[in-house]
Design a protein around this ligand. Structure first.
Ligand code: 5AD
Ligand code: SF4
Length: 431
């Protein structure tokens, strides 16, 4: 979500005549698009921001520093910036991104700091420019905000309430993207399963209806989406994996914890049993589906036995991959107020044990691909070796192989010859 906002910001700046440079030292304007999901992100931001103070002192009005994103939505952060980093020129919130060109004009004309942060927003601003990171694939926002209030999470406070885009607007955007060379889209929303679109004539459109509409767009090859909430994952969507050829066989289904008691305290509104049933149904509909997840260890009050339930669940589901997090206290959330916070050392120990289990399973799952032939959408050269190219299988596995520039954005057949924990190796089959 954040990355896509950055693409929008880059698009707006490009329209205003700015060009991208590679390093902050060469820039006339620096924009920090911040994340608040865990404390680490907060700390890193303040560290990096501080490094610009000297440049600002030297270049004064010739150098503009802006802060936006989820951190800019929180009053205590705005106060810290005002007090300790008073040289920041512009602060704008997640609901005010479209105002950036105007805020910059005001800054230059009025020679005074600009702060624009709405607490929440009803409507959706359509038609903003976007500078895509890739020519052949694109993010597409289908909804904004979150209504779920998981007790550990800051997002509902920084991104506001759920609001869905009109299905026509989404379909038109995707058609335009396809005309511009895009073959793969990633539908974005904090909880795509609760998408509630409405056509201009008032007819409703849920997430699965939207997938069917997009599946019919000629020229589009792959549809992905994230993120799903297990409590809203419907049988209708699971069945779409049987019908929609373009829907990739990959599902990111955050579980967060394996204990029903912890899940209840997290306000996730599903049980361990319900989650396992969803996984069973997904595998029944699409036996080769890859499943990934998010897991938090050390939620307040989590006991060793409850943590062991998380480990057991991972072994039962056999995730292809998982994003694992140490619980991080977020100001203003219900879990912040709990007095039974888990000691750091215990959290770290559980985190390491969880990673070992996850990695071992990822490694075994990847090894199952060796000897198979996969359709791989080529993304680009690897950072380390210019002859090695990377691409993704339908199941989102990263495959490295010897390739060439012309293949970027094309789907090639690759025989998988090797595997490790995080990627596969292969060779292109010329038929
Ligand atoms: N501490 C640790 N992890 C968190 N996440 C969200 N809030 C927190 C927090 N306070 C994780 C969840 C979510 C992912 C995007 O970030 O697992 O799914
Ligand atoms: Fe945060 Fe829960 Fe909303 Fe995800 S569903 S963004 S974890 S509140």
């Amino acid at each position: 979500m954040n990355e896509h906002d950055s693409e929008t910001i880059a698009g707006m700046l490009r329209e205003k005549g700015y060009e991208k440079v590679n390093a902050a030292k060469d820039a006339n304007i620096v924009i920090f698009n911040t994340c608040s999901i865990r404390e680490n992100a907060d700390k890193r931001f303040f560290g990096t921001l501080g490094q610009l103070k000297k440049k600002k002192e030297q270049e004064k009005d010739g150098f503009v520093v802006c802060v936006c994103g989820c951190m800019a939505q929180q009053q205590h952060i705005i106060d810290t910036i005002k007090q300790k980093y008073s040289w920041v020129d512009v602060i704008f919130g997640t609901h005010n991104i479209h105002e950036l060109p105007e805020l910059l004009d005001n800054l230059y004309n009025e020679k005074k700091k600009q702060i624009s942060v709405y607490p929440d927003r009803d409507g959706i601003v359509e038609g903003l420019p976007c500078e895509r990171l890739y020519k052949h694939k694109s993010y597409v926002n289908i909804m904004y905000g979150c209504n779920n209030f998981c007790t550990y999470c800051i997002v509902p406070y920084t991104r506001g309430r759920e609001r869905s885009r009109k299905p026509e607007d989404i379909v038109n955007e995707v058609k335009n993207l396809v005309a511009d060379g895009v073959v793969e889209i990633m539908l974005l929303g904090q909880n795509v399963n609760s998408y509630k679109g409405e056509f201009s004539d008032g007819t409703g459109c849920d997430f699965t209806d939207l997938i069917y509409l997009l599946n019919d767009i000629e020229g589009l090859e792959r549809i992905r989406f994230m993120t799903s909430h297990p409590k809203d994952l419907s049988d209708k969507l699971i069945n779409a994996f049987r019908d929609c050829k373009k829907l990739c066989h990959y599902f990111h289904l955050p579980v967060q914890a394996g204990s029903s008691k912890v899940l209840k305290e997290m306000n996730r509104r599903y049980t361990r049993e319900h989650y396992l049933e969803l996984v069973r149904k997904l595998r029944e509909a699409a036996p080769d589906i890859a499943i990934s997840t998010d897991i938090i260890v050390g939620f307040p009050g989590e006991t060793e036995d409850e943590f062991l339930e998380t480990l057991e669940l991972c072994k039962e589901v056999r995730y292809d991959s998982a994003f694992t997090f140490l619980y991080s206290v977020r100001k203003g959330t219900p879990a912040e107020k709990r007095e039974d916070q888990v000691p750091e050392a215990v959290k770290h120990d559980r985190f390491n044990r969880l990673c070992d289990v996850i990695n071992e399973i990822s490694c075994e799952k990847n090894a199952e691909y060796v000897g198979t032939v996969q359709n791989v959408l080529v993304e680009g050269p690897s950072k380390r070796n210019s002859k090695t190219y990377g691409g993704r299988t339908d199941t989102f596995k990263l495959v490295n192989f010897i390739g060439s520039k012309e293949l970027i954005g094309k789907t090639v057949k690759v025989r998988i010859t090797g595997s490790n924990t995080f990627s596969l190796e292969g060779e292109i089959i010329n038929d």
